[in-house]
Write a protein that binds this ligand. Structure first.
Ligand SMILES: [Zn+2]
Length: 75
């Protein structure tokens, strides 16, 4: 995952918070997190266990709350 960097007018750089919504296979806990898997969901099969996506996959939302963190400008 690439970070988005916000550059403020004064030249300081900040990283914003991010969130991601991840679906996990009910059969093997494989996460639908690669472009191929996302493309196959929800009509294809889980590439790990070969079972078809059922629509009952566990969905978890992970929110990474990153307090604005200065990554440049240190004295
Ligand atoms: Zn699976």
């Amino acid at each position: 995952m690439s970070d988005t960097i916000i550059t403020m007018a004064n030249g300081s750089k900040w990283k914003p918070s991010t969130s991601s919504d991840t679906v996990h296979c009910v059969n093997c806990d494989n996460a639908v997190d690669t472009p191929e898997e996302i493309a196959s969901y929800p009509t294809g099969n889980c590439p790990d266990c070969g079972e078809s996506w059922t629509g009952n996959e566990r969905r978890s939302t992970s929110i990474t709350v990153t307090a604005p963190e200065a990554i440049s400008g240190e004295a």
